[in-house]
Design a binder for this molecule. Structure first.
Ligand code: 0WD
Length: 254
């Protein structure tokens, strides 16, 4: 029973219990979804294994999006587990920490390529594989940030990658719409996670949002999870190509 009853979803990007992907996983499980989770590397496996048990989810293996073989293996595991897939959550991003500080203009070619590949292209490469398992339609969701739309201090090359990610959401929505596969993004307000701790002056950004957002507070991973339910479930069945802000309204003033 629940909004997500009977739905099978793959959630990628849980690093620990502060991850946005974990907030989404909890919300989906509480509404009756069956979940498959991945982890990146042995160090994170130790964290993801107990979390998966908490939700009765299946860990379908290590996945580094820069390693195509690991991606193929994860989707093969999902196929063996369920024979199909109803939804997908991509909550993955990476950039060298030194370049999430200082000036965008100093971005190196190497880190530009790496940031774009892991934070933008990986969603497309995952969508290619997920499409094959979504026989009866489905819903794909990625995570983005306001730094794609406006210049945010220190977000730098990640802002450029998120702008490309948001554009890819629109192109994917068109390509996959005919198969009743919806593609959307949540633009979350700042949350203190492992990835966010790499961004210069992050505490200041949190405070700034708290003072200036219409709701006068930041958001939690559970609130992002609740909003994800709308896009992942049939409640959002006419919504695709959308970038939906879950940011206490910051984007209307920022
Ligand atoms: O304020 C924030 N925290 C916001 C985050 C605001 C708005 C959006 N987001 C986005 C992030 O950009 C990201 O796309 O949400 C997504 C999830 O990020 P998160 O929950 O903030 O961060 P975290 O818990 O660290 O999870 C991101 C994970 C990685 O963690 P670390 O910190 O170890 O890099 O992405 C995964 C990894 O588990 N990841 C990868 N997975 C597979 N292959 C790779 C990779 N190459 N690189 C990173």
């Amino acid at each position: 029973r629940g909004l997500m009853a009977g739905k099978r979803g793959l959630i990628m990007g849980i690093a620990n219990n502060r991850s946005i992907a974990w907030g989404i996983a909890k919300a989906c499980a509480s509404e009756g979804a069956s979940l498959a989770l991945t982890y990146q590397g042995e160090a994170l496996k130790k964290r993801v294994d107990p979390l998966s048990q908490e939700l009765g989810a299946t860990v379908v293996g290590h996945c580094d999006v820069t390693d195509e073989a690991s991606l193929d293996a994860v989707f093969e595991e999902c196929r063996k587990l369920w024979g199909g897939l109803d939804f997908l959550v991509h909550a993955i991003a990476f950039s060298d920490k030194e370049q999430l500080d200082g000036r965008y203009v100093d971005t190196t070619a190497d880190n530009f390529n790496k940031t774009m590949f892991i934070s933008c292209y990986s969603f497309t490469s995952i969508a290619q594989r997920a499409e094959k398992l979504m026989g009866d339609g489905g819903s794909m969701l990625t995570l983005t940030y306001y730094g794609a739309e406006k210049v945010m201090p220190h977000y730098n090359v990640m802002g450029v990658a998120k702008a490309a990610l948001e554009a890819s959401v629109r192109y994917l929505a068109v390509d996959l719409g005919a198969r009743n596969i919806r593609v959307n993004a949540l633009s979350a307000g700042p949350i203190k996670t492992l990835a966010a701790s790499g961004i210069g002056d992050f505490r200041y950004i949190l405070k700034w949002n708290e003072y200036n957002a219409p709701l006068k507070r930041t958001v939690t991973i559970d609130e992002v999870g609740q909003s994800a339910l709308y896009l992942l479930s049939d409640m959002g069945r006419a919504v695709t190509g959308e970038v939906h802000h879950v940011d206490s309204g910051y984007h209307v003033v920022g």
